[in-house]
Design a protein around this ligand. Sequence first.
Ligand SMILES: [Zn+2]
Length: 344
Amino acid sequence: MTSWLVAGAAGFLAAAQAQETNVALAHLDSLAAVLEAHPPTFAADPAREQAFLGLDRFFEAAVRPGQPFDLAEYPNDLWRWIDRRLQRALAEAEAAPGTADKLTVWQMYNMGLLCRSGKAVVGMDLTPVLPEADAFNRRVAALVDVLLVTHGHGDHYAPGLVHACLAAGKPVFLPAASAAELPPDPCLFPVDDFREAEVSSVRLTARRGIHVWAAGRETVPIVYYELAFPSGHAAIFCGDLDYTRAFEKTPGLAIDLLVVPWRSPNESYEPGSPRQTAERKDAVQIAIDRIQPRHLLYGHYAELGHVHGGMPASYEIAAGLKRAVATPSEWMFWGEKLVFPPIP
Ligand SMILES: [Zn+2]
């Protein structure tokens, strides 16, 4: 009798839990539908911004311990939902005709980007979101001409994907400290300090920097990448770089897109820190003054591991920066894309 009651209660709880996750996913679908109708834009879009503020609230109520998609349960239906968006972006990138004069940039997880310019496809800090990642890794390896990795943190660097790219004969650039942990491979290009290369008509310049909130260069070896695409567009991808410290570009090169990481690059810009001396927008302005980009993209927002650990999802910070900074800026949700028109 007792065991029958316990089994009945467990069944009821499981059903209630399934109901709760279904309701939560339906809400997520409704926010994604708003973004579908309001795609990335450097102009103001209040409906788009409201959807992101909804995502802030969703993630903070959904992924933390004891919540419907507690990330301790891995993988769960939220990861599968995100994976479907990434698979769709991959399919778009695979099918894109590769017009010679446009640059298309897809937002992948976490801060990962896929860039297509002409026939060239560059992957930056790409990571799969599901443990059964082999198919994803092989698909990315078949698609990209080169994989760039800024540093060895797990939300930017997936050794399985690096292995898949090397097995497919695709070059992989990464910090020398991360490369030293892998078997030697002719397609592995360690970056110690500065390295230039050309891959599939993309001119690539890799430079060492300092990771956000790190004491110095050796704390977390990190490389940031400047890319001059065959379409004539140029971009700089920071990863988790503290862009207020060592940060430069090729003199005279016009940069169409600068991608900077979330929140504060160090404690000097962190609200409430005893060492705070300026605002977050002042930090971003330092990057703008050095690089003079035509467009700015805020990356790394809502990284779910950080949210699980108690940090806010922070899209609200990106929205505030977009309003505060004069350079046209934007951020994207996983799976979204931006298309840069031909340079006049
Ligand atoms: Zn990092």
